[in-house]
Design a protein around this ligand. Structure first.
Ligand code: FAD
Length: 380
């Protein structure tokens, strides 16, 4: 279906993104999956190509463009070029409201140039061993001591955790106040008391480092607090809709890629003397997937424009993440089935897409939490 949400500028950006993924990422898929980590050179190349932090002000190296269509293009091209994620989604989709919206001029001067050039890799550390969905119950604390914050606690599942130079850490600064006592504090690489734990051995997204972080009497300057003290929970909640729509966008892009691969395979693989796609069961399965992906495309493009126009609500974003990630997962699983045994072999791209996309229904808030958010908005 023809899409109507992009302009010529977006098309040019898409060409740049595609060239970047084909040149800098796709050839390294196997190596990065094996290492469990991507290269810093790929980050620097993304910065050089203008593919990081376009949302930040020009004075810091950004372009001052706040338009989620560019974010969507990045996710779509990553899937279309068969590339693995290098963690740019976090830096571009999730972090700008934190690093651009909650920071002082002095903090922007310190951090933004490196973030935009790709020299500084960032992470957002909210989840803990004992608290993921229920962020109000995190146990990491930060106590004020003179001109410093002293952080104690641990985080887990942190994307870019090993590579990160700058980590935004959610801490309880008023432990008795529940979710009303959370603040966001930036911890920089090399700060005494900040240790990396294990790089987690995940089912999928093998190239993306996802790690444990530990803070023991970790002393950071008071000037590293971002946003308002004890308002961290509200800052996080305000920023979640963009992250959730980004997950919907990348889920759909992955399902579209899986469909393309499955269609091609169904035309060339033969059984009983015929292409497997010519069996009605398989043709109907592909037709079903195509119809669902068409519907999802119209829906997700509508949500993208709602975000661009400033009226995507938190429950709209939760509904989009829920429905799209669940629909995409069913489509990807059905596409994989068409590959028979080959679909289960890691060297086939469909296997990687399947492994990588299971988590879309979990991170950024699980499907059950999305249903809870949508359900609560219904006025019960
Ligand atoms: C690859 C990966 C990358 C990640 N990256 C980051 C990151 O960069 N930063 C970060 O902070 N976190 C990150 N996460 C963590 C992720 O956001 C959490 O895993 C997710 O929010 C779920 O939390 P949990 O794992 O603690 O599950 P839990 O909250 O323990 O949930 C367990 C189960 O209980 C269900 N459940 C919980 N509450 C309810 C309820 N009220 N009603 C119904 N069911 C409920 C859940 O849906 C789930 O099925 C990442 C996770 C993964 C796997």
């Amino acid at each position: 279906m023809r899409r109507t949400i992009f302009t010529e500028e977006h098309d040019l950006f898409r060409e740049t993104a595609r060239a970047y993924y084909l040149r800098e990422c796709a050839p390294h898929t196997e190596e990065w999956e094996h290492d469990g980590q991507v290269s810093r050179a790929a980050w620097a190349a993304a910065g050089k190509a203008g593919l990081i932090g376009w949302e930040f002000p020009e004075g810091y190296g950004g372009q001052g463009i706040r338009d989620f269509r560019y974010n969507a293009i990045m996710a779509e091209e990553m899937a279309a070029t068969s590339s693995v994620g290098i963690g740019l989604g976090l830096q571009n989709d999730v972090l700008p409201p934190y690093l651009g919206g909650l920071t002082t001029d002095e903090q922007k001067d310190r951090w933004l140039p490196g973030v935009i050039s790709g020299e500084t890799v960032c992470a957002l550390a909210l989840s803990e061993p004992g608290a993921g969905s229920d962020l109000g119950s995190i146990a990491t604390t930060a106590r004020r001591d003179g001109d410093d914050w002293v952080i104690d606690g641990s985080k887990t599942f942190i994307t870019n955790g090993i590579l990160a130079d700058l980590v935004i850490v959610a801490c309880k600064t008023d432990p008795r106040a529940g979710h009303k006592g959370i603040s966001l504090i930036v911890v920089e690489r090399g700060t005494p008391g900040f240790e990396r734990g294990r790089k987690l051995d995940k089912v999928g997204m093998k190239a993306q480092d996802t790690a444990e972080l530990f803070f023991h009497e970790c002393r950071v300057p008071a000037g590293n607090l971002i946003g308002e003290e004890n308002r961290g929970f509200y800052h996080m909640m305000r920023n979640l809709p963009t992250e959730r729509l980004a997950i919907a966008v990348s889920s759909l892009a992955a399902a579209e890629r899986a469909f393309e691969l499955a269609l091609d395979y169904a035309k060339t693989r033969t059984a009983f003397g015929r292409p497997i796609g010519s069996f009605q069961a398989n043709r109907f399965a592909l037709a079903d997937i195509r119809a669902k992906l068409n519907a999802a495309r119209v829906y997700v493009d509508g949500c993208i424009m709602a975000l661009v126009d400033g009226h995507l609500t938190a429950d709209d974003a939760a509904a989009a993440k829920y429905w799209t990630s669940e629909t995409a997962w069913q489509a990807i699983d059905r596409c994989m089935q068409l590959f028979g045994g080959y679909g289960y072999v890691n060297e086939y791209e469909i296997a990687r897409i399947w492994r990588d996309n299971r988590v879309q229904r979990v991170f950024g808030g699980t499907s059950e939490i999305m249903q809870e958010i949508v359900g609560r908005s219904l006025g019960f």
